[in-house]
Design a protein around this ligand. Structure first.
Ligand code: NAD
Length: 500
């Protein structure tokens, strides 16, 4: 697949300002497209246009009008879903299977969710118990211009998760996809234009963090930054945004545990744990990168996992049958290798490594799915996010110990519990410090379910009603419909008839 020059989308038009770069595919190292990376000037123009569009008209539109546009956008993307899937895989190296069956259809269904939800109410009525003759209206007012910054691992889903709830809540937006993987977000801009969103409501500027990201975080007209990326960059974003007191939501890294109890359906758990860590070659924030298994079933479970792993199809990710993804960037490939070597030097042992050999295309970036054991809490491979296909195994003897190990991480994004005992699942699940707990499942993303992190995995939520409300600020209207009633008011209190 080769794609024409891709440009940034500012004020409803594709613009040429910036620096032209060649995008090569991690699948085989071959060039696939040229992209204009935005510079500071074009980013400022995107912010100008979002600011003007917000005050010109967008904030005044109704929720229904915004939903009608989102619904049309979902239809247009659906018509080209195969094109999006090909583009997503060639740019990120994820398997075509995953793009076709997961990322793109899920993204479309998430646009549809925001287009159809009636959970989000712009306002609600309240009464004031202190002032019985008055009434109140609480409004979920938009923030204004939202700056959204996305990572390289799930570019299409990220673009949807930022754009759809932000515009639904009445904001305008400047989205910065990662400069490594800008293709599907820039392609989405074409469908946004064809949908008929007013110019300036949605702007997409691909570029580097130091240039485009910094500009978004420091411009005074941006009221909120919705950031997804690493914990280290999240800290910088929060610090930059604090200068102009922006609201910030942070969806950051993870080191998510999967706890397997002795009564679990081991075959189901084995497949789920492999899916949890090796989907997208472990390059997902929520990847289940730690396995915490009861010592009585450890051998059996690992045996089943290696059996399944051997049978997973390796090869060209663009082949629909292939199940093992590439690594998206060369730097990430090096980082994974060096963390695994560091683990070994600290005493971890490679329990199993699935050889890929010559089955994968030459010139691409690949790391063999790896299972490490002898892992202790203190090791780097147990503590730090590897963001690659590497699973660290530890074992436990009691439920308390399992919860202690699960919560020993500084992160708290996601987790899994595998058992047939629903009471145990609920008890353990309710003690895990993580924004999502899957029970006998993993990676099941629902647009209706808020997701986000405890601890260093972030602050704020994405998706669901909570996710929409992040893009709002609260306004309270206090209403007294009685004519001259001031005689009864003293120091903010109503004087009752008895007091008079
Ligand atoms: P990253 O932190 O390097 O970059 C994320 C984004 O921030 C990119 O668009 C980048 O250009 C931008 N950026 C970098 N420096 C910046 C700066 N100084 N100012 C403003 N923006 C800047 O992360 P990445 O390597 O692209 O993605 C991988 C990370 O993202 C992992 O840690 C992963 O866990 C995390 N992630 C989290 C979630 C979630 O929902 N919690 C989802 C996906 C990925």
């Amino acid at each position: 697949m080769s794609v024409d020059l891709m440009r940034n989308f500012v004020n409803g038009e594709f613009v040429d300002e910036g620096r032209k770069v060649t995008i090569t595919s991690p699948v085989d190292g071959k060039p696939v497209s040229e992209v204009i990376l935005a510079d500071k000037k074009s980013t400022m123009e995107a912010i100008d246009s979002a600011y003007e569009a917000y005050y010109r008209s967008w904030a005044e539109t109704t929720v229904r009008e915004r939903q009608a546009l989102l619904s049309k956008l979902a239809r247009l993307v659906q018509e080209k879903s195969n094109e999006y899937a090909l583009m997503e895989s060639i740019n990120t190296g994820k398997t075509l299977r995953q793009s076709m069956l997961m990322d793109i259809p899920l993204g479309i269904s998430h646009i549809e969710y925001f287009a159809g939800t009636d959970e989000f109410k712009f306002s609600r009525e309240i009464t004031h118990p202190e002032y019985p003759d008055t009434r109140g209206i609480v409004q979920n007012a938009p923030m204004g211009v939202v700056g959204a910054i996305a990572p390289w691992n799930v570019p299409f889903l990220m673009a949807v998760w930022k754009i759809a709830p932000a515009v639904l809540a009445g904001n305008t937006i400047v989205l910065k996809p990662s400069h490594h993987t800008p293709m599907t977000a820039l392609n989405l801009a074409k469908d946004i234009r064809d949908t008929g969103f007013p110019p300036g409501v949605i702007n997409i500027v691909a570029g580097t963090g130091s240039e485009v990201g910094n500009t978004i975080c420091t411009d005074d007209r941006v009221s909120m930054v919705s950031f997804t990326g690493s914990t280290a960059t999240g800290k910088k974003v929060m610090s930059m945004a604090s200068e102009s007191l922006k609201k910030v939501t942070l969806e950051l890294g993870g080191k998510s545990p999967n706890i397997v109890l002795p009564d679990a359906d081991l075959d189901h758990a084995a497949k789920g744990i492999l899916f949890g860590i090796f989907l997208n070659s472990g390059q997902l924030c929520e990847s289940g990168s730690r396995l915490i298994v009861h010592s009585s079933v450890r051998e059996k479970l690992i045996g089943r996992m290696t059996e399944h792993l051997k049978n997973m199809k390796a090869g060209n990710p663009m082949d629909m049958e292939t199940e093992i993804s590439a690594i998206t960037t060369g730097d990430q490939l090096k980082k994974i290798g060096s963390l695994v070597r560091e683990g070994e030097s600290q005493g971890a042992r490679i329990l199993y490594q699935r050889e890929l050999g010559e089955s994968v295309p030459e010139g691409g970036f690949y790391f063999p799915p790896t299972i490490l054991d002898n892992v202790t809490d203190a090791m780097t491979v147990a503590k730090e996010e590897i963001f690659g296909p590497v699973l660290a195994v530890s074992e436990f003897k009691s439920a308390d110990e399992a919860v202690r190990i699960a919560n020993s991480s500084k992160y708290g994004l996601a987790s899994g519990v595998w058992t047939r005992d629903m009471k145990a699942a609920f008890d353990i699940g309710s003690r895990i410090e993580a924004g999502t707990v899957w029970i006998n499942e993993y990676h099941m993303l629902s647009a209706a379910a808020p997701r986000g992190g405890f601890k260093k995995s972030g602050t704020g939520r994405e998706l669901g009603l909570e996710g929409i409300l992040e893009y709002t600020q609260t306004r309270h209207l206090f209403i007294n419909e009685k004519e001259s009633d001031f005689d009864r008011v003293a120091y903010g209190l109503i004087i009752s008839d008895q007091d008079q």
